[in-house]
Design a binder for this molecule. Sequence first.
Ligand SMILES: Nc1nc2c(ncn2[C@@H]2O[C@H](COP(=O)(O)OP(=O)(O)OP(=O)(O)O)[C@@H](O)[C@H]2O)c(=O)[nH]1
Ligand SMILES: [Mg+2]
Length: 215
Amino acid sequence: MKIKIVRSILEANDRIAEENRLLFKEKGLFVVNLMSGPGAGKTSVLVETIKRLKEKGVQSAVIEGDIEGTEDADRISALEVPVVQINTGGACHLDANMVRQAVQDLELNGAKILFIENVGNLVCPAEFYVGEDMKVMVLSVTEGEDKPTKYPLMFRESKTLLINKIDLLPYLDLDLEKLKNTASKINPSLKMFDISCKTGKGIDKWVDYLLEFIN
Ligand SMILES: Nc1nc2c(ncn2[C@@H]2O[C@H](COP(=O)(O)OP(=O)(O)OP(=O)(O)O)[C@@H](O)[C@H]2O)c(=O)[nH]1
Ligand SMILES: [Mg+2]
């Protein structure tokens, strides 16, 4: 009985997510659902990515998801791109209905790409499709090479993995190759980039890859 209830929640979510997908398509938006554990660097990735896209004449819009507060939306707003903050009030992930409501408040101003920064959580966000074209996961090197094994769902669901904070590698015992091999075993088609939002290393490569999806 319990399983039935959970399934119906997910089915209702997927119906709204499909409506979101059609709306995004109509608006000509490529939509990225950005996920990670707390503090892996989602907002930092957005800041570095949006700056570079702007230089190439591609405008972005952002939906920020947090349990509380507007810190991340304030950081994005400083880049002068449209941004809406969702406060989930306790929920550990965004769902399709929250995104649908946020989109109504978003002035797109010619944006071609919409980034949805999910709530910092390594598990729940990966369970909810919100209508995005691509799930992108950020993992910071300080989190350890065992994360793909312990938290496989997000690695499995994501198309792209950004391994962030590589500037910190000299101070850690992390085996980067082992981490990548483990992630590949869980998701053989996972596209991975080593990046540092602090030094900018690897960000251009990631942005070039992203541009291939934007028309
Ligand atoms: N050394 C280093 N620090 C980084 C890097 N990227 C982000 N940080 C720092 O990591 C901390 C968290 O970064 P955020 O971008 O706020 O992470 P987040 O995933 O958006 O965090 P939540 O939204 O709270 O889940 C900040 O202090 C950043 O300055 C990096 O490449 N190298
Ligand atoms: Mg953030």
